[in-house]
Design a protein around this ligand. Structure first.
Ligand code: HSE
Length: 340
């Protein structure tokens, strides 16, 4: 498996670290290591058809701030100059245009390459186009880490709960907002709590995307399309963020044994992100940066999952799981071809 990584920020570097930590796992399972044949950051790239050791990439990024010594003007030209099997797309998300991520994913799928991504912008804006493109070109296209980071939800619903009728999903899909609201429960002002969330590296580059509910809305769109088979985009979500929630509103809720939480709700006919009153002790009343989702199914009943919605290694763990799934699939197909 030859991998091209586009984006070498927190998540890209976390993924390189995870590949090192799981070296023996890959050798044991597939008889060889995963090989990184190219990495692009925002302006430079490094490539080597023999594979680049992840620690070399990490060291160069740490000491020079860049992943490569060569610069590029067009990421597609770099992609076309490399023999790779799978694109890991983790460039900075752009929820207005899809940005470089959209261009890179499109190009990889058009070229018949498998894609694993956690990039929310392209998925929230062009989900159906990308899934159709993947099908048309016979490519695997997986994006578990785009919703809830390490919290399993997309593959859980599509694989473990495959025979269920899922009627709704309600969840806390943004760690920054949950952190702010939890801090406000303890009397901390909004601005101070936001600053802390930014220092912890949880908030988006532009935290407006968190506090106005846009990030949660992207995730709601991804769930609606991937789990409910809908054909919706970001502009279809009814969104209310948390910026107008006052300390008084939080205190009033507390006096009734409630907390206010930013909830994303998705079903066949709902697509909404809004602050809701949640009884204290309810699974959706969690504190801090955790994400949580309640999946309502017909046979299994309600299922609740929770986990870290962001973070370097945590998000990389979701990419790892998608990568293994693609590799298992290839291995199975290879075995079938050898033993018809
Ligand atoms: N800013 C996001 C959050 C990061 O706070 O949950 C993960 O998508």
């Amino acid at each position: 498996m030859r991998i091209l990584i586009s984006g070498f920020g927190t998540v890209g570097q976390g993924f390189a670290e995870v590949l090192m930590r799981r070296r023996d796992f890959f050798v044991g399972r597939y008889g060889k290591e995963v090989s990184i044949v190219c990495v692009m950051d925002s302006s430079t790239f490094a490539k080597d058809r023999a594979g680049i050791p992840p620690d070399d990439l990490l060291e160069r990024k740490r000491t020079t701030g860049k992943v490569g010594t060569e610069t590029y003007a067009d990421s597609v030209e770099v992609m076309d100059s490399v023999d790779y099997d799978l694109l890991v797309e983790v460039s900075p998300t752009d929820i207005k245009t899809g940005g470089a991520g959209l261009k890179n994913i499109r190009h990889a799928l058009e070229s018949g390459k498998d894609v694993v991504t956690v990039n929310k912008g392209p998925l929230a804006l062009n989900f159906c186009e990308l899934v159709t493109l993947a099908k048309k070109n016979g490519c695997k296209f997986r994006f578990e880490g785009s919703v809830g980071g390490a919290m399993p939800i997309i593959n859980l619903c599509r694989e473990c709960l495959v025979g269920e009728n899922v009627s709704s999903i309600r969840g806390i899909l943004n760690g920054t907002c949950n952190f702010i609201l939890s801090k406000m429960d303890n009397g901390q002002p909004f601005e101070q709590a936001l600053k802390e969330a930014q220092q912890m590296g949880y908030a988006e580059t532009d935290p407006t995307n968190d506090v106005e509910g846009y990030d949660s809305a992207c995730k709601a769109v991804i769930l609606a399309n991937s789990i409910f088979g809908r054909n919706v985009a970001f502009s279809d979500v009814s969104i209310t963020g948390i910026t107008s929630i006052s300390g008084e509103a939080i205190s009033l809720a507390a006096s009734q044994n409630m907390v206010i939480r930013l909830i994303g709700e998705v079903s066949e006919d709902r697509l909404e992100v809004s602050p809701r009153l949640i009884p204290k002790g309810h699974p959706l009343s969690i504190n801090g940066t955790l994400n949580v989702a309640q999946i309502v199914t017909d046979l299994a009943g309600p299922i609740t999952v929770s986990g870290r919605g962001a973070g370097r290694t945590e998000t990389a763990s979701a990419i790892l799981s998608d990568l293994v799934s693609v590799m298992d699939d290839r291995k199975e197909r290879g075995d079938r071809c050898r033993n018809p």
